[in-house]
Design a protein around this ligand. Structure first.
Ligand code: AHR
Ligand code: AHR
Length: 482
């Protein structure tokens, strides 16, 4: 059984069902999403391992080996063909050709689901998906429900990381022309308790945390690594609910009448579907999406509670290993541990401005621990990727020059930004993470004779040696040493 079987049994069937990680119906056996690779622009549908099961991430990994893949289509499992594709320009233009939004890098949000590898949709600012011509999605004041699973640690204060119902012309058509789940910590419109992030409802010209336009104490800051977020609405009635997608039950953060602001009762929903953007194609937000649905009809709390149990049972987990998880969330401090047999006690550190590996243990000096600690930053050249700022030399980054890695001050140049940007993907030896150089995408961060390079799998330089390559380019993102 999947979430959509539960909604159907509750009399509120899914009219859109999107996930890059798993089937949302017990018998779904079709494609989940499509990727396109940069090497030859070929596309490939990624399906499930078995009917009702988890995504076939290995199919993506082999199709995308040694190149970069983008997620081009997120299919609709409901049978209504409400698929999500690259969002077109609207009130605002995106950064891609023709004013379209960017597509997500297919390897940027690795997770496991029930122990199987899968990839989420990593939305860096500028990324967005949309469908302006849907079938069966609520319009006007019709009732609907939505849930989505997000990364509760990946958000910002830009407008607007949304999933749900929006305008069919990608423009701001006035109060009440949207009804979508919002997640993040923007305070321009509404907000809840604490400093955020909050689950709110984007109802157009307003993110609502409850009945009031701005502050509603009942909507808590919530940031579970895997977050269940719910918004649902029917005539003069709506609700916000949420919880930890890895355990426990849902809480209700608002359940009552429409906001006490003109224009939201009755609602004027238009029935487009957005992911990662605002209704008018505002593209300032970041976040990560794993799965989500929209229903016809207002789901009962009991139905949603059963969906939450299904999500918990699916077993979302982070991929990075061994009880020492670090995350590649911008702002986190991490250390990068080698996975090559015999070298698994070594970490990437700087010394005399060079990047090398050293054995670091709990009894290492504070200096060694600091040198082996990096702050993850949104990639200087591409926010879908990452850069690594030195812990003890703020403003200095790990960058390559003539394929060797150094700690150097960001000089603001585009060359520096590119040389200091690395795109994470699943570890080439099946462990941890490999980091493709942004400007040399077939080269990955590698240790060789304890010096760090960007290396290709075979090639003319000694450090391109194919022996041990997949081990040498695979790193465990670990708890920071300092
Ligand atoms: O309601 C908040 C945002 O305001 C909407 O997402 C966008 O369409 C408008 O800019
Ligand atoms: O490391 C390879 C290239 O060498 C870098 O992009 C550039 O900084 C230098 O020329």
């Amino acid at each position: 059984q999947g979430p959509c079987d539960i909604y159907a049994a509750g009399g509120t069937p899914c009219v859109a069902a999107h996930s890059t990680t798993r089937a949302l119906y017990g018998n779904y056996n079709g494609p989940l999403y499509q990727v396109r690779r940069s090497s030859d622009n070929a596309t490939r549908d990624i399906g499930v391992l078995s009917a009702g099961g988890v995504a076939n991430a290995a199919a993506q990994d082999s199709f995308c080996a040694n190149t970069t893949c983008l997620i081009t289509i997120i299919y609709d499992q409901s049978g209504r063909n409400n698929r999500l594709t690259q969002a077109p320009p609207g009130g605002f233009s995106g950064p891609a050709a023709g004013g379209y939004d960017n597509l997500a890098v297919a390897t940027a949000a690795p997770v496991t689901v029930g122990g199987q590898k899968a990839y989420g949709v990593y939305v860096a600012p500028g990324t967005g998906y949309r469908n302006n011509n849907t079938n069966g999605v609520a319009k006007g004041d019709q009732p609907e429900g939505m849930y989505a699973i997000f990364d509760g640690t990946h958000y910002n204060g830009g407008c607007c990381f949304d999933y749900g119902n929006a305008e069919t012309n990608s423009r701001d058509n006035g109060n009440g022309t949207m009804e979508a789940i919002y997640f993040g910590n923007i305070k321009v419109w509404g907000y809840g308790a604490g400093n955020g992030p909050w689950i709110m409802a984007d109802l157009e010209n307003g993110l609502f945390s409850g009945v009031n336009q701005h502050y509603n104490a009942g909507d808590p800051s919530i940031s579970h690594r895997f977050l269940t977020a719910i918004v649902k609405g029917e005539p003069n009635h709506w609700a916000i609910r949420g919880g930890n997608a890895q355990s426990g039950s849902l809480s209700t953060f608002y359940n009552g009448v429409r906001p006490n602001v003109a224009g939201y009762n009755p609602m004027k929903k238009e029935g487009a579907i957005i992911l990662g953007i605002g209704g008018d194609n505002s593209v300032g937000a970041r976040g990560t999406f794993y799965e989500g649905v929209m229903t016809s009809g207002y789901p009962s709390d009991a139905t949603e509670n059963a969906v939450q149990a299904n999500v918990v049972a699916a077993g979302y987990s982070t991929t990075t290993g061994g009880g020492q998880n670090g995350t590649l969330t911008p702002g986190s401090a991490i250390s990068l541990r080698a996975t090559t047999p015999g070298y698994t006690d070594r970490y990437i550190r700087h010394q005399n401005d060079n990047a090398i590996t050293s054995v670091i243990t709990s009894s290492s000096s504070t200096l060694d621990k600091s040198d082996a600690t990096w702050i993850v930053r949104s990639g200087l050249a591409n926010s879908s990727c990452v850069s690594f700022e030195s812990r003890n030399y703020p403003g200095d980054y790990l960058r390559h020059s003539y394929y060797q890695l150094y700690r150097q001050r960001d000089d603001g140049s585009s060359q520096f930004a590119q040389d200091a940007t690395f795109c994470p993907q699943a570890g080439k030896n099946g462990q941890g993470t490999s980091f493709a150089s942004y400007n040399f995408p077939a080269r990955f961060l590698r240790h060789y004779n304890n010096t760090v390079y960007i290396a290709s799998n075979g090639g003319s330089n000694a450090f391109d040696n194919a022996t041990q390559w997949s081990n040498d380019v695979s790193w465990v993102v670990s708890q920071p040493w300092a």
